[in-house]
Design a protein around this ligand. Sequence first.
Ligand SMILES: [Zn+2]
Length: 370
Amino acid sequence: MTGDGAALGLLEGDGLALGCDVGADPHPVNIIISTAPTAPMLRGHLVMAPPLFAVALDSGATYLSHGAHWANLSSDGLPRPVASGSQDLARALIQCGEIREEVLALGTRFGVLTRYRAHADAFDLTFWEAKGVAGAQSSPPGNAIPTVSAFADNRVAREHPDWVQVGPQGQRGDRSTQYFDWSTLCPTRDAVFELALGWAAQAASSRGLRLDDVSYAREGYCQCPACTQAIAADGGAADAFRTERIAQFVRAVRSVITGKLLLTLYPDPYPGHLPRRFGVDPGRLGDSVDTFVVPIYDLSYSTTYWIETLAQGFRDLLTRPFLIELYGLGVPEERLIKAARVAWAYADGVVIAYEKDLAKLQHVRDAVLG
Ligand SMILES: [Zn+2]
């Protein structure tokens, strides 16, 4: 557990635990809520860094342990149920607010990103592409979370070629350049910023909003005239300017929506890469973002060690819950199940993207949820 109000999700085997620290020294409140307190990772944590409170929601029973009782840990290292301390615990849980909601929702955090309305009702968590990179807009089914591509839009790029991001050698951030599959738009330009903010505000629902492509295109982007001018006027480093601009956008979206805000990250958890390459600093966005989404796509998932490596990296990096999104279309069911189980073991939930076969999606869900 870390201090300063950070939350940390832990998962071990079939166990599920989430810790929450609230407050500051000298009296931080530390809570662990677990659906399986026998999980080795949790048990080890309890012994190494006992929290003031622990709630074990196991087999339908609720066990409560107060810090004063940790000397009475049972032989297996688990808290004994106690009758006192419930008011203090209730206060602490209230302080944990959103984090507790996340805990309660964790058990059903298997979802899909889909283009099929029939899929929307079949899962507890559904993302719907309300505005994609092609520029087309679509109203999501009632229970789906709209997904909006913010700084990528082929249609707008055709209408405003000067809004496309520019690379360090003057290359355009669109399909005319290798490794670009769509047109990127420059977040520095106020017109682009306001346009994307408008898309977000229009699409957001009470179910929440997921933002994709909230970033500069990659390392060295953007060098368009608007960026050159703005960075010179700012007087600071280009990287710092970009991370502040992205943070400014996320804060602006947060201020105009009421539901949960989810933000998609490029799957690069190596220290410093997200800020330097994309202008995205997750540490600065934690106050605005409820949950991060990390797409880890492959067409076959014939190996999974790299999923594990990336997922572990994000678990170390992020202080908010995160979902791993896997590509489903055309991936053999057995391999998708294996990949999903690996992701499930590290992330706070798993999303399968773009699969058409509803039965296959349900098989994967059932296999992961066990
Ligand atoms: Zn620019």
